[in-house]
Ligand binder design. Structure first.
Ligand SMILES: *Cc1c(COP(=O)(O)O)cnc(C)c1O
Length: 373
């Protein structure tokens, strides 16, 4: 048997939606993007959502719109995809890494305060694998220190904590529709906010800072010039990509429920295993990645064996503070972030998507149990 690590759910509905856009005049950001944005904002219960080209763009856009300046420090978890910190650098800021809490792998809120300096302007919590961070505590911390709170919610759309979804307490929350995320258009992202003025500013800034985008200019009878009043970036989502996402937003809860069932099966199978560790969610998880934690010295061997035996698996992620660029630029070294490093050297991500069959899930479980003894 060969179980793919990931399979998308794009089908005839999405193909027709994209074809409809291709037969229309407006390929770039327009009515279809706006429809996706309405539906996505409605699902999360936030004031507005903006389609962009990636979560990395979403984070950069939010930070720029919030006024991050060169030299400003932004706190990020040491255990995340490099994109979180990269976006901070592109926005002009300096990422400051904070170690993880062992139970969830999320940023350790107890350790944040001692990393706050006079230059700190924002915190970017990452909802690891779909488990939301304690946003109430983070909001309180940010209010106390007058910091912006921007969520990297690339792993989570459906999750809740204290009855709240992503976007509820932060200044902005950022989502990814990259090829292997829970909903996807190949490459894409969104940023949501409950602040109308910030939404307006980000709308302008996502398209070069132009006061009116192409669809708006096309819709007006009289020719008009646009102004550039602020420095923007180029990250607006096209109608083509948005067309793929609308149906997937409508299916979010249905497909989440299937992933939840698969995760519960995995958890039941691995929970008692002496050599497999799990990060059990503390509240409704977005269920993006199902990870097992294994002996670090054997991890890469296990990954290769699982792949040889037909179980697609990947590593999310090698500890980013040990990448060459990060060491050279920020002087990080082994041992600086012990919990994040241990996670990064132990974690293996298993297949998790709604079209996994019962036979495939059973095969993954059996192969993992046969491989890790
Ligand atoms: C995938 C991912 C990103 C980057 O998303 P893109 O849409 O590819 O830019 C950022 N942060 C985390 C935690 C991710 O998993």
């Amino acid at each position: 048997m060969q179980v793919e690590f990931y399979k998308h759910n794009l089908g005839d509905t999405e193909i027709k939606a994209v074809a409809d856009v291709m037969r229309s005049v407006m390929l770039t950001t327009g009515a279809v993007t706006a429809e996706f944005e309405r539906k996505f904002a409605e699902y999360l219960g936030v004031h507005s959502a903006l389609g962009v080209m990636s979560a990395t763009h979403a984070i950069e856009l939010a930070l720029r719109a919030l006024g991050i300046q060169p030299g400003d420090e932004v706190i990020v978890p040491a255990f995340t995809m490099w994109a979180t910190a990269e976006a901070v650098i592109h926005a002009g800021g300096k990422p400051v890494f904070v170690d993880s809490e062992p139970e969830t792998g999320n940023i350790n809120i107890d350790l944040i305060e001692k990393s706050i300096t006079a230059r700190t302007k924002a915190i970017i919590p990452v909802h690891l694998y779909g488990q939301l961070c304690d946003m109430q505590r983070l909001r309180e911390l940010c209010d106390r220190h007058r910091l912006w709170l921007v969520e990297d919610s690339a792993h989570n759309i459906e999750g809740e904590r204290d009855g709240l979804k992503a976007g509820a307490l932060s200044d902005a929350a950022c989502f990814s529709f990259y090829a292997t995320k829970n909903i996807t258009c190949g490459e894409g992202g969104a940023v949501v906010t409950n602040q109308p003025q910030l939404a307006e500013l980000m709308t302008v800034m996502r398209t070069h800072g132009m006061s009116a985008d192409a669809a708006n200019r096309y819709a007006s009878d009289k020719f008009r010039h646009y102004d550039i009043a602020v420095l923007g970036i180029k990250a607006n989502m096209s109608n083509i990509l948005a067309a793929m996402l609308i149906n997937q937003v409508e299916k979010l809860d249905e497909r989440w429920a299937i992933r939840e069932r698969i995760c519960q099966k995995y958890e039941a199978a691995f929970q008692q295993h002496p050599r497999i560790g799990l990060l059990i969610p503390k509240s409704k998880s977005g269920r993006h990645i199902f990870a097992i934690l294994v002996e670090p010295s054997l991890r890469d061997e296990y990954v290769n064996l699982l792949r040889e035996r037909g179980v697609g698996c990947v590593v999310n992620w090698y500890p980013m503070t040990l990448f060459t660029y990060v060491r050279k630029t920020f002087g990080t070294k082994p041992g600086d972030f012990p919990v994040a490093e241990k996670l990064g050297f132990s974690t293996i991500s298993l297949p998790l998507y709604p079209s996994l069959t019962d036979e495939e899930v059973d095969y993954v479980i059996k192969t993992v149990l046969d491989t890790i003894r």
